[in-house]
Design a protein. Sequence first.
Length: 238
Amino acid sequence: MKQLSFNKLYFEGIKDAIPISIGYLPIGMAFGVLAKSMGIPYEISILMSLIIFAGASQFVGVNLIAIGTSSFEIVLTTFILNLRHFLMSSSLSQRIDYTKSKKFLSLISFGVTDETFAVASLKEELKLSPEFLFGLNFTAFFAWNFGTVLGIFLAESIPKEIQSSMGISLYVMFIGLLIPAVRRSTKVLKIVLVAVFISSALTWVPVFKFISTGWIIIITTIVASFIGAKFIHGDGDE
């Protein structure tokens, strides 16, 4: 990898994070507006973005809070939804320069998201610079939190009907992530269909009515992942 100073590596990460930040701002605003419309205190919403920093988990979390789901279900659901971060961080750790302190590397790992992972994975250099990753992750982190704050404080000027409709942003985000993957791989399509079937069955079949929304998400994620890994992973793509 070419030798660059700390500042150049840091600003290279910031530059590569700009497209991600442009996408994070409106989604972060949508989260802020949605949380506000559901009566979540603004300090809690801001802390969710600062500490959790996971769009899907935050959208799911505020919805589960709004319908009165237990704390245990919310924590467990968030944990399962974010398990993929272990895999992403493990993948990046194989290419990162370990000359930095463990505290600095821990700070970098906190900022790994689906989008920053994708950008980092496409870097041509064999070894990834911690400074580059810090610039990349911190810029995305700042954009997400800035969007959240904007959404919370702009929510007052947005009609209630539009505020309540912000929950659809969660589905839009998932669809945006799924469509490119489904188009590239029939394996992903099969797993998505399995997940849709399981979730629909648990939601609409009368015998499962006792299962709460939080547990439906947890069960669907675990069972679909198991079926995908056990029976679909080895299938060839068409």
